[in-house]
Design a binder for this molecule. Structure first.
Ligand code: APR
Ligand code: PHB
Length: 394
């Protein structure tokens, strides 16, 4: 098989890139190693920045998002048993975020692709990407029991943190920057109505907790837990009790979350990682294949969407005019935004979590930072600006 752009990975990055290229009439093939049901059910964050929502809309993939997504105009920061709101539109000149789960974005993009787009192969495991330093790269993959090759003009690695595309970059030309955190998240999906209108990020001496929402009847909740935690050690009752303890407010001691059946429980490690550069020859890396953020700032999906928006624009310019200017700038253009989001995610993470190595002094510093976010319009505006998302690079 031959195509112009071979896309490894059918997560949000690969699927959105495929859609943007389909719309521009550039032929492309998406190879995804898992089956459709798996990809559609994988639980991830659910906050879309304005620019991500705009990109999906402009790509013709925003119809259900606009019907079912919930516009949020702020978040709540809870610390020292007090509650403080960050008002996004007031601080950013009108911006908000859209709460629409990544699973739904993925379902919408898959449905469009299968109805009217180019090839999207599930159960297609890519084993290697070869020849990216030359003119004719090749993707080697297995599908329906046979070994196959896809010849391409360009290869895009959208295969996530554990993907294979990155391995095609020689070790001596790439640098990896990494930080692991000494805690994880236990995430649950529960058939319980969300009790808050907005997301609540809670700092407490028992650890971080986050209340998010999937629909009027489904809550998504997270608890900070030690690395290596087995979800089986957390009964439903223990989870709800711990959530209530971490969200507790001095002004409303009797307050409790609405409880309901817990549908899924999973432990998620927290990591920051950046690979530089994001391009080698005819191979481009996008999304989690190039960078990971801890989920506290909800930036993962948005960074992936920004990467492929920049890349699609560059590939379209190359195909239409023969100019490789935007392609040559791709890595630098994306990395500026990536590092901004890395810093924001790191700041949110380290300000809100209880580090087992922390002294009381460090905890006081966290509380001072949180007090600053919620008392200074300058500090609050900096948080709101980052959370709602910086403009896409031109
Ligand atoms: N061959 C084919 N597909 C592969 C291979 C391979 N060798 N390795 C991985 N994949 C697929 C995975 O099965 C997955 O569907 O690549 C896809 C990568 O998707 P994601 O991990 O979702 O990454 P990305 O599309 O960059 O989206 C970033 O996802 O991880 C979250 O928090 C992150 O929200 C952010 C978003
Ligand atoms: C989620 O809804 O899953 C979610 C929301 C905000 C975050 C992380 C996850 O910061």
């Amino acid at each position: 098989m031959r195509t112009t752009v071979g896309i490894v990975g059918g997560g949000p990055a690969g699927l959105l890139l495929g859609r943007l290229l389909d719309n521009a009439g550039i032929d492309n093939v998406v190879l995804e190693r898992r089956d459709r049901a798996y990809v559609e059910q994988r639980q991830r964050a659910g906050i879309l920045e304005q620019s991500t929502a705009d990109t999906l809309r402009a790509a013709g993939a925003g119809e259900r998002m606009d019907r079912e997504g919930l516009v949020h105009h702020g978040i709540e920061l809870r610390f020292a048993r007090g509650s403080h709101r960050i008002d996004f539109p007031a601080l950013t000149g009108g911006r908000g975020v859209l709460v629409y789960a990544q699973t739904e974005v993925v379902k919408d993009l898959i449905a469009l692709r299968l109805a009217e787009g180019g090839p999207l192969l599930f159960d297609a495991q890519v084993d290697a990407v070869d020849g990216v330093a030359g003119e004719s790269p090749v993707i080697r993959y297995r599908h329906q029991g046979a070994e196959r090759t896809l010849h391409c003009s360009y290869v895009v690695g959208c295969d996530g943190f554990h993907g294979v595309a990155r391995q095609a970059v020689p070790a001596e030309v790439s640098t990896h920057y990494e930080r692991a955190y000494p805690y994880s998240w236990l995430g649950i999906l529960a058939d319980a109505p969300p009790v808050y209108e907005e997301l609540v990020y809670a700092h407490s001496e028992r650890g971080f907790a986050l209340a998010s929402v999937r629909s009027p009847t489904v809550s998504r909740l997270y608890l900070q837990v030690p690395n290596g935690t087995d979800p089986a050690d957390w009964s439903d009752e223990r989870i709800w009790d711990e959530l209530d303890a971490r969200f507790a407010l001095e002004a409303d001691p009797g307050w409790r979350l609405a409880r309901g059946p817990v549908r899924s429980k999973a432990v998620l490690p927290m990591r920051s990682h950046v690979t530089e550069p994001m391009r080698y020859g005819r191979l481009f890396l996008a999304g989690d294949a190039a960078h990971i953020v801890p989920p506290t700032g909800a930036k993962g999906l948005n960074l992936a969407a920004a990467d492929v928006t920049v890349l699609a624009r560059a590939l379209i310019e190359q195909q239409e005019t023969g100019s490789s200017g935007l392609l040559d700038a791709y890595s630098d253009t994306c990395l500026r935004r990536v590092w901004r989001a890395e810093h924001f995610s790191y700041l949110m993470t380290t300000t809100l979590h209880t580090d087992p190595a922390h002294s009381p002094f460090d905890t006081r510093l966290q509380l001072a930072q949180l007090a600053r976010f919620t008392s200074s319009p300058h500090a609050a505006a900096e948080l709101a600006d980052n959370y709602t998302g910086l403009p896409l690079p031109r």
